[in-house]
Design a protein around this ligand. Structure first.
Ligand code: MG
Length: 158
C-alpha cells in the first residue's frame, strides 16, 4: 500500500464554466486555468502521482503544452491512471476536500463521486468528496477561488 497527497488552487474567473470532478456546477463564475481548471481532479491526480512516486501534474501535463489547452481534467486523470498501471499499481481509494465559500457543493457531491468512480473504475464508495468553507477567512473565504485537497491510496496490482 502507498499513500499520496495532493493540493491545488485555482482563482475564479468570469466567462468560464465551473467544473469540479468532471461535473459542471451552475455558478456565475468558473475557474481560471489552462485546462478546464478542475481543481479537485488536479489535487486527485497529484495525490495519485505522489502515491506512485511519479512526481507531479505539472511534470506530466505542463500548462505550456497546447495539447492540454481546455482539455477535460478527466482525460488527464485517465492518463495518470495509465501511468500508474504501467508501474504496476492499482487504485484503492481516495478522499477529497473541496474548499470554497460558494457555491454550496452539497447537491453535487454524489454526481462528482459517480463521475470520478467511472473514470477510476471503482465503486463510488471508494471516492469520497467533502465540501468545506473556511468560515469566510482567507482567499477561499473571500470568494477569490477554490482550493482542493486529496489523499489517495494505491497498491501493487497482483
Ligand atoms: Mg491545477
Amino acid at each position: 500500500m502507498r499513500v499520496g497527497f495532493g493540493y491545488d488552487v485555482h482563482a475564479f474567473a468570469r466567462g468560464r464554466p465551473l467544473i469540479l470532478c468532471g461535473v459542471e456546477i451552475p455558478f456565475e463564475l468558473g475557474l481560471k486555468g489552462h485546462s478546464d481548471a478542475d481543481v479537485a481532479t488536479h489535487a486527485l491526480i497529484d495525490a495519485l502521482l505522489g502515491a506512485a512516486g511519479l512526481g507531479d501534474i505539472g511534470e506530466h501535463f505542463p500548462d505550456t503544452d497546447e495539447a492540454f489547452r481546455g482539455v477535460s481534467s478527466l482525460v488527464l486523470l485517465e492518463k495518470c491512471l495509465s501511468l500508474l498501471e504501467q508501474e504496476g499499481f492499482r487504485f484503492v481509494n481516495a478522499d477529497l476536500t473541496i474548499v470554497c465559500e460558494r457555491p454550496k457543493l452539497g447537491p453535487y457531491k454524489e454526481a462528482m463521486r459517480q463521475r470520478l468512480a467511472q473514470v477510476l473504475s471503482c465503486s463510488p464508495k471508494d471516492v469520497n468528496i467533502k465540501g468545506k468553507t473556511t468560515e469566510k477567512l482567507g482567499f477561499t473565504g473571500r470568494g477569490e477561488g477554490i482550493a482542493a485537497y486529496a489523499v489517495a491510496l494505491i497498491t501493487h496490482a497482483t
